[in-house]
Design a protein around this ligand. Structure first.
Ligand code: F6P
Ligand code: MG
Length: 297
């Protein structure tokens, strides 16, 4: 993986960091098999109940990042504040350690999402400044999808380590899949109700598990589709997190030739004002993101 990342233009420091993150993903993948589906008895900064595996995945990534010489600071969806790491570190790293953890007890796929920035401060900047992003899918198999700014690549975890399975992943937009998050919003949002009705009438295929990682991975694997998580009255900014979820996923989908939007601009151009910021998101093939932007303006 190291040589491949360097061939894609990653610096030695970035390639080493991504390799360390891949090791953490491997550890999370084996830990999942032996971890109960029970609750941790704690809540995160958003007031969400944590399960045991949320805490373990956060610990595994935290340990990796704290000791990596290239990491200046990091934070996760499960942490309250930016954690300092190595003095002289050059990157800051933001992650959702176990995305879709409410699906863990029913044995659906879950994931890990990571975004990497140069420098230790991201406030006032945008996700476009990420230098790399990755997500892992823990399904029947464990896969790692990543970009260091030169396209999107997929690796599969095998008995002999990570094997490159997709050199270049592309969104082309031929088949019509839709993944409508926050459907509850249709009660108050006639525009969202109309857009979903359009998908149904036009016979789009529904693919929605309730986990952002597997749902977006489906779109990327099939090469087509749209995922939405709009806001609604009372929660105009939706619930998906800019730094830990939307930013890295937008970086990957745009690197694959797709688009992302908060309704007005690319997710990659949304200013980061605080670590816990959330944003509405429409993400997938360009034509469908445009349609959603027009319909939900
Ligand atoms: O991390 C948040 C998350 O679990 C995403 O993975 C998923 O897309 C979303 O929440 C589902 O939200 P809801 O439970 O509101 O449908
Ligand atoms: Mg999540």
């Amino acid at each position: 993986m190291f040589d491949f990342l360097q061939k894609q233009g990653a610096t030695q420091e970035l390639a080493e960091l991504v390799l360390e993150l891949a090791r953490a993903v491997e550890e999370i993948s084996t830990t999942i098999i032996h971890t109960s589906t029970g609750k941790a008895g704690s809540t995160n900064v958003y007031g969400e109940e944590q399960i045991a595996m949320d805490v373990k995945a956060d610990e595994i990534l935290g340990r990796t990042l704290k000791t990596n010489p290239y990491v200046a600071a990091y934070c996760s969806e499960e942490l309250d504040a930016l954690e300092p790491a190595s003095e002289g570190g050059i990157f800051s790293v933001f992650h959702d350690p176990l995305d879709g953890s409410s699906l863990f007890d029913v044995n659906f796929s879950v994931g890990t999402i990571v975004g990497i920035y140069q420098g230790s401060n991201v406030i006032g900047r945008t996700p476009r400044e990420q230098v790399a992003a990755l997500y892992a899918v823990y399904g029947p198999r464990t896969t790692l999808v990543l970009s260091v700014g030169n396209g999107v690549h997929e690796f599969l975890l095998t008995g002999e380590g990570w094997k490159l399975t997709h050199e270049t992943m592309k969104l082309h937009g031929e088949k019509k899949y839709f993944a409508p998050g926050n459907l509850r919003a249709t009660k108050d949002r006639e525009d969202y109700f109309k857009l979903v009705s359009f998908y149904v009438k036009e016979q789009y295929t529904l693919r929605y598990s309730g986990g952002m990682v597997p749902d977006l991975n489906h779109i990327l694997q099939k090469g087509s589709g749209i995922f939405l998580y709009p806001g609604m009255p009372g929660a105009p900014q939706g619930k998906l997190r800019l730094l830990y979820e939307c930013g890295p996923m937008a970086y990957i989908m745009e690197q694959a030739g797709g688009a992302s939007s908060d309704g007005e601009r690319s997710i990659l151009d949304v200013e980061i004002k605080e670590l816990t910021q959330t944003t509405p998101i429409f993400i997938g093939v360009k034509e469908e993101v445009k349609r959603a932007e027009e319909a939900l303006r």
